[in-house]
Design a protein around this ligand. Structure first.
Ligand code: GLN
Length: 554
């Protein structure tokens, strides 16, 4: 058995280079060769985890089965490698430091000064190596957050530099991502910043084995040669990465440029790996890229300026579209605009074929989301509610069907006389905000006579959570009597995990986040059925309108 291998992915020149996608693609490439991979993200923030970061600025908080609140890159890792990761995959500086400080307080370093080198760096190395041991992976792929040269990233760079010496050249590899700007005036791709970035990495004692060159234009051979020369690399190790037509194409692009073979050669794994099998993945990519009929899905959300805020929701919705051979166009519906009393709801929402109301916190935009839920319910338009999106559908139903006009969640109105959503009992005494929600995977019993069951075809499922509030059980009977079915419950029957409306083409909402378990080639059942019903619904709608429209659908 060969030794465990480590691949580190760093970045330079700019942030936002798609290091996460590249690292995930490396995982994909190696898995296609039959290797077991494990992925990790080293994050520079002094935060303990991503749970308290603003998703509007930092992007979605991704939740793992074991309840870790992590950086959105873990979502890429799971989607590209079809593995479930854990807290072990998310290493934030605040957590690293707090563990060392706790040891210092305990007296583990009595008499010694505690320093970044060796204490913090040794701890980082230990975290990486232990995660590798626990996972049993052949290859660990570790993405270093931030940009080489950032003050905040020094401890990680120093730790990964040392690993080359600790584990040997056959077992440690560095992939450095750079950006090549396009200069419009001279119509050239410029390589100088990339060369400097490689030199900077070398200045930290790290010799990259591969340089990935992100660029919006085509990069010519002389450009690649310049970077190779500056980096002491063969030209084949400088890989052009022009902006891809879909991120899911990145593994194929990298494979075609020979990255997989480079890695296998470097690690001397030729005899222990099988030929790469990309058949399924290639099918997925060609399916994504083929022209398809479009459906328009309204994502009713508070943050509408950055896709990353709802990245798993978007990917899950799109994956459901690929499954059904339609192209999902996401239309952003700004819940704050919709909330305004003079908003023309019909004008804003008509033309949308289905609605997704995603998770969220805080009262901003809530009334807008309620209007969307009402519109979908009354107009028989498919609706998928996720976490807060379920709470919204419960509040809307209580107000407009049950006649409880001031119904609300106590998160938004503590004085409501109809707290149909209220804080979970054990959450009442929680003082700290970080890591204290109901987090991670919990089992859910699916009611056999429900649309949810038609989707899952399973009576017991496991889904990931991130919430403090829940359906108020006092109101169960009233909802059920009036057509809102409680189609998912916790095994002890105490927590409502899913609701749905009878006599509606598709109106399902879950207290959990199904988007985290969806995969590009295996959409989550709820998303899959949601888009399925959108297709059925829009077809009927179009057919009824005119024969000409019907033909255009075929
Ligand atoms: N704010 C709600 C709660 O805490 C919903 C959370 C979410 O959508 N993730 O219960």
């Amino acid at each position: 058995m060969h030794k465990r291998k480590y691949i580190f992915v760093t970045g330079g020149v700019l942030s936002g280079l798609g290091k996460g996608i590249t690292a995930a693609s490396v995982g994909n490439i190696l898995k296609a060769r039959g290797l077991k991979v494990f992925m990790q993200k080293l994050d520079q923030y002094i935060n303990f985890d991503a749970g308290t970061l603003n998703p509007g600025e930092h992007g979605e908080v991704f939740v793992t089965d074991d309840g870790a609140e992590t950086d959105l890159d873990l979502g890429h890792y799971e989607r590209f490698t079809d593995e479930n990761y854990s807290q072990d995959s998310s290493v934030m500086t605040g957590r690293v430091y707090s563990e060392i400080i706790a040891k210092e307080r305990k007296g583990d370093y009595l008499g010694k000064t505690v320093q970044v080198i060796p204490h913090i760096t040794d701890h980082i190395k230990q975290i990486i190596v232990r995660a590798g041991e626990k996972s049993g992976a052949d290859v660990m792929i570790i993405e270093v957050g931030g940009t080489v040269g950032d003050f905040e990233g020094m401890h990680f760079l120093e730790a990964i530099r040392q690993m080359h010496n600790d584990y040997g050249d056959d077992n440690v590899m560095y992939i450095h991502m750079v950006f090549l700007p396009w200069l419009g005036v001279t119509k050239e791709v410029k390589t100088r910043p990339a060369q400097y970035s490689v030199r900077e990495l070398q200045g930290f004692g790290i010799q990259p084995d591969v340089v990935g060159c992100r660029c919006d234009q085509q990069i010519d051979k002389p450009g690649l040669e310049k970077i190779a020369r500056a980096g002491n690399l063969p030209v084949k190790a400088v890989i052009p990465m022009e902006t891809a037509n879909t991120v899911y194409n990145v593994p194929i692009i990298l494979e075609n440029y020979g990255l997989g073979d480079l890695i296998i050669e470097k690690f001397k794994l030729q005899d222990t790996t099988k030929p790469a099998d990309f058949s399924e993945w290639k099918k997925l990519v060609s399916n994504i890229l083929v022209d398809k009929r479009q459906v328009n899905i309204g994502l009713v959300a508070k943050y509408t300026t950055m896709e990353d805020t709802y990245i798993s929701v978007l990917e899950a919705t799109k994956a459901a579209g690929w499954h059904h051979n339609v192209n999902v166009k996401i239309e952003w519906v700004d819940s704050e605009k919709l909330e305004k009393t003079d908003a023309n709801v019909n004008e804003i929402l008509s033309g949308l074929d289905g609605f997704v109301v995603p998770g969220g916190f805080g009262v901003r935009g809530i009334e807008g989301k309620l209007k969307a839920a009402k519109y979908a319910r009354e107009n028989q338009i498919p609706y998928l509610g996720l976490c807060l999106g379920m709470q919204v559908s419960v509040i809307e139903f209580a107000r407009n069907v049950l006649g409880r006009s001031d119904a609300h969640s106590t998160e938004f109105d503590e004085n409501t006389t109809n707290p149909v959503i209220h804080i979970m009992e054990y959450q009442k005494t929680v003082a700290n905000m970080g890591g204290t929600m109901r987090l991670g995977a919990y089992p859910c019993q699916v009611s056999p006579n429900s649309k949810a069951f038609e989707a899952y075809r399973q009576l017991s499922v496991s889904e990931r959570h991130r919430h403090r509030y829940e359906f108020n059980n006092q109101y169960r009977k009233d909802f059920e009597k009036n057509g809102m079915k409680l189609s998912g419950l916790s095994p002890d029957g105490q927590l409502v995990e899913m609701v749905e409306i009878e006599n509606h083409p598709f109106y399902i909402a879950s207290q959990f986040h199904p988007e985290f378990k969806s995969r590009p080639g295996k959409p989550h059942p709820l998303f899959r059925e949601f888009i399925g019903s959108v297709i059925k619904n829009t077809s009927l709608f179009e057919v009824n309108k005119s024969d000409a429209k019907e033909i255009s659908l075929i």
